[in-house]
Ligand binder design. Structure first.
Ligand SMILES: CC(C)(COP(=O)(O)OP(=O)(O)OC[C@H]1O[C@@H](n2cnc3c(N)ncnc32)[C@H](O)[C@@H]1OP(=O)(O)O)[C@@H](O)C(=O)NCCC(=O)NCCS
Length: 193
C-alpha cells in the first residue's frame, strides 16, 4: 500500500482556500447531489442522505490515508463556506502522471473559482511534488470545464473515443495535460499587437 498522504491547505486566488474535507462539509455534498452531472462522474451519493454523505467524506479521508491522492474542499476564505471540490489522484504516479478532477456547486459557479483551484493544485503538483505530467479528461460538450482547464495552462491533446461510461453510455473524452516544462498560461507574455 502507498504511504499515507497529508492533505495541505493552500490559497486559490485571493478569496478561496483548498483544504482537507471536514464533516461540516455535508451541505456541500447535498448541493452536489442535486446537480445533474456531478453524481455521474463522482461517488457523490444520490439521492442524498446524511449517512451516505458522511460515508462520502470518510472515503475522501481514506483516499489520502491510503495514498491514492489528495482530495480537497474548495472553500470561501471569508466565511469558510465550501463551494466545490478538487482532487489530485496518483494511481499512475509511478509513471510520472497525476490526474485532476474538479466540480463546483451552483452557488459558487461563474466566478472562475475552479480555474483558480486548478492552477493552485497543478502548480503544486508539478513544482512542489515534482510530478512531470498533470492530466484531466473532459467531455467535449463541457465548455465550462474546457475553459477552466485552458485557463490553468492545460493543452488539448486529443479525443479518446468511447473512453468511459458515464450515465450508462460510452462517452468520448478530451485529454488535456500540463507538463512541468510547460510555461503556465499566466506567464505567457502579452501578444504583440
Ligand atoms: C466545470 C466547472 C467546475 C467550472 O466551474 P466555475 O469555476 O464555476 O467556472 P466558470 O463558471 O467560472 O466558467 C469558466 C469559463 O467557462 C465559461 N462557461 C461557463 N459555463 C459555460 C457554458 N455553459 N457555455 C459556455 N461557456 C461557459 C465561462 O464564461 C468561463 O469562461 P472564461 O474563462 O472565458 O471567463 C463547473 O461548471 C462544474 O462543476 N460543472 C459540473 C462538474 C464538471 O463538469 N466538472 C468537470 C468535469 S471534467
Amino acid at each position: 500500500m502507498a504511504p499515507p498522504l497529508t492533505v495541505p491547505s493552500m490559497t486559490a486566488g485571493a478569496d478561496f482556500v483548498l483544504r482537507p474535507w471536514e464533516m461540516s462539509d455535508l451541505p456541500l455534498v447535498r448541493e452536489a447531489a442535486e446537480d445533474d452531472y456531478i453524481p455521474l462522474v463522482t461517488t457523490i451519493p444520490t439521492p442524498y442522505s446524511d449517512e451516505a454523505a458522511e460515508a462520502y467524506v470518510r472515503r475522501q479521508w481514506d483516499r489520502a490515508a491510503e495514498g491514492e491522492g489528495y482530495p480537497f474542499t474548495i472553500a470561501r476564505t471569508r466565511d469558510r463556506r465550501p463551494v466545490g471540490s478538487i482532487g489530485l489522484w496518483l494511481a499512475d504516479a509511478d509513471a510520472g502522471r497525476a490526474t485532476v478532477g474538479y466540480w463546483m456547486t451552483a452557488p459558487g459557479r461563474g466566478q472562475g473559482v475552479a480555474g483558480a483551484a486548478l492552477r493552485t493544485v497543478t502548480t503544486w503538483a508539478l513544482h512542489e511534488l515534482g510530478i512531470p505530467r498533470a492530466q484531466l479528461l473532459v467531455e467535449p460538450w463541457n465548455t465550462a470545464s474546457v475553459r477552466t482547464a485552458e485557463s490553468a495552462g492545460y493543452r488539448r491533446e486529443g479525443l479518446l473515443r468511447g473512453w468511459q461510461e458515464i450515465g450508462g453510455r460510452r462517452r468520448d473524452m478530451l485529454m488535456y495535460a500540463r507538463l512541468n516544462g510547460d510555461r503556465p498560461s499566466d506567464d505567457r507574455p502579452p501578444t504583440a499587437s
